[in-house]
Design a protein around this ligand. Structure first.
Ligand code: SF4
Length: 267
């Protein structure tokens, strides 16, 4: 991989610029893989199974190559824009980054999102037997061929709900931290704030908050399905649903413009 190749690829008008910035990174389910430069590059760079194995040397070599090329491109872009990266006060920038990260992580939305990740873990850790029983129950339904029952459909719906919950379990926290982090920069003052002072420039904080909200919406729907699948565990599931609903409302209050943010390609 070299930067000239990436630049040439990026010129392909079929790719939607920035589509990968506010997606949910669930490429397996993404309807726009053919329009995503990030997907095209990942497919090409990590097509060798060894390069996908974190325990394999090939993976780290590939990752190192990607970082090297990215760094070259950042340097080149900075030069084109007249920015001398060597003159930047890296220590001060690092301190500012840490400070804003602290502000972000300690915001009530991020703390609630982190608590949610833990609630999911606790629920699944304690539900192993529940899933075994459900599996037995569905197998029995298959054998008995009961009228008005569709065990295959129920199993597929259950799997889908679990997949959704697991996919977004940590994603919500990560995206909210990013949203809060971006907002913290805007409040404390930075280069990013200067670019955002233009009204027409969409705020990264709103885009990140929007995808977090979408992840919350989908997680709520998936837990709603779980509620139907496991009526004997309604109380626990209801607690999680209440927590997520509060998180959704707090996030909407913290980012009142997030829902209106237009994500490239998706909205
Ligand atoms: S836009 Fe779609 S294909 Fe691209 S990174 Fe996001 S989920 Fe994956």
């Amino acid at each position: 991989m070299d930067k000239e190749y990436i630049k040439k690829l990026a010129e392909d008008p079929n790719f939607i610029p920035g589509i990968y910035n506010y997606c949910d990174r669930w490429c397996e389910r993404c309807p726009l893989t053919s329009r995503c430069l990030n997907f095209a590059l990942s497919e090409e760079q990590f097509d060798d199974p060894q390069a996908l194995d974190i325990n394999n040397k090939a993976f780290w070599q590939k990752l190192s190559e990607v970082f090297q090329v990215t760094l070259e491109m950042v340097r080149e872009t900075a030069k084109e824009q007249g920015i001398d990266l060597d003159s930047l006060d890296v220590q001060q920038a690092g301190q500012e980054h840490e400070k804003n990260r602290d502000i972000a992580e300690n915001h009530e939305c991020c703390r609630a999102a982190k608590a949610y990740s833990q609630m999911v873990k606790t629920w699944f850790d304690s539900s192993e037997k529940l899933f075994e029983e459900k599996g037995d129950d569905l197998s029995l339904q298959v054998r008995l061929e009961l009228p008005n029952s569709n065990p295959a459909e129920e199993a597929a719906s259950l799997k889908d709900s679990v997949d959704i919950i697991r996919w977004y379990q940590h994603f919500i926290y990560v995206k909210l931290v990013r949203a809060m982090h971006s907002m913290a920069y805007a409040i404390t003052g930075s280069l990013e704030e200067a670019s955002w002072s233009l009204d027409e420039v969409p705020k990264d904080s709103n885009g990140s908050a929007k995808i977090a909200l979408i992840a919350i919406d989908r997680s709520i729907a998936a837990w709603g399905q779980m509620y139907e699948h496991f009526p004997q565990h309604k109380d626990n599931i209801l607690n999680i649903l209440v927590h997520l609903d509060r998180l959704r409302r707090k996030t909407e209050a913290a980012f009142p413009d997030a829902r209106a943010f237009v994500r490239p390609g998706f909205d």
